[in-house]
Design a protein around this ligand. Structure first.
Ligand SMILES: C[S@@+](CC[C@H](N)C(=O)[O-])C[C@H]1O[C@@H](n2cnc3c(N)ncnc32)[C@H](O)[C@@H]1O
Length: 246
């Protein structure tokens, strides 16, 4: 049988051989492009009714495009960096000072704010003495916010002692959002999330959360330190996780 196949391939005319080669290459290219992370994988909500991914995105690019619509709006950016600037920093400062008192954050922490837009939370961290702080967003706002997608954080494993985010609801892939936080936190590192559990968030949200149950499941390499009710710009719950050692 093996011999018959070898004989058959040996007897293929050159044109047929090259044609098969081209078709094979095209299939290979198609396969590789489908593997690219930019393609839209089916978001998973882990069959958990307390975390629902909003339907309607036809591609990853359409999700990113939707997120960028508000973030790049020049009028809004003007407001965020002028009238809103100090007001928001004051509120973040209050949250971070409390975390410092609880020994969950310190001046020597290397800190990341995920989805930081114009970086008021980064500025607040610096004002409370956490100088080695940076933000990540689709749109950069130097020097406090660098460009990057939170589903694919541009940082090495075990980089940060502390990560803060109030944009979990913007994650199309909550498992990747959390996976990246756990990857880039050092063992023992702290993640603080502000999420909306009792209220619905805005039209730019990509998921809806109805309890902190799904977060406990997603943070499978961490332990829950605590959760409490807060009043944080439409977000009502603060959840704190500590990445396990090893
Ligand atoms: C509600 S705003 C929060 C801004 C900021 N944390 C604050 O409180 O002022 C949500 C932010 O998440 C960002 N964002 C949405 N999807 C993102 C993604 N995939 N990667 C990084 N940032 C993203 C948006 O650009 C936007 O700046």
């Amino acid at each position: 049988m093996k011999e018959a196949i070898i004989n058959q391939s040996k007897s293929l005319p050159p044109r047929t051989f090259f044609l098969s080669l081209i078709i094979l290459s095209l299939f290979l290219l198609l396969f590789l492009s489908l593997q690219s992370h930019k393609s839209l994988e089916k978001p998973t909500s882990d069959n958990n009714d307390d975390l629902k991914i909003r339907p309607g995105y036809t591609s990853y690019d359409s999700y990113i495009h939707h997120q960028l619509q508000k973030t790049t709006n020049p009028k809004l950016r003007k407001i965020w960096t002028s009238r809103d600037w100090d007001r928001k920093i004051r509120v973040f400062t209050h949250f971070f000072n409390r975390l410092k008192r609880e020994k969950l954050l310190s001046n020597s922490s290397k800190a990341l704010c995920v989805g930081a837009r114009v970086g008021q939370e980064v500025e607040a961290l610096k004002r409370v003495g956490v100088n080695d702080s940076v933000g990540l967003d689709l749109v950069p706002y130097p020097p406090n916010v660098i460009k990057g997608d939170f589903h694919f954080q541009p940082f090495d494993d075990r980089t940060f002692d502390f990560e803060f985010s109030n944009v979990f609801d913007h994650a199309l892939y909550p498992d990747k959002f959390v996976g990246e936080i756990q990857r880039t936190l050092k063992p023992g590192g702290i993640c603080v999330l502000h999420v909306a559990v009792s209220r619905r968030s805005d039209k730019y949200s990509a998921n809806d959360l109805y309890s902190i149950g799904p977060l406990k499941k997603l943070f499978n390499g961490s332990e829950l330190v605590r959760s409490r009710k807060v009043d944080g710009f439409g977000l009502d719950t603060e959840v704190v996780f500590r990445k396990r050692n090893g």
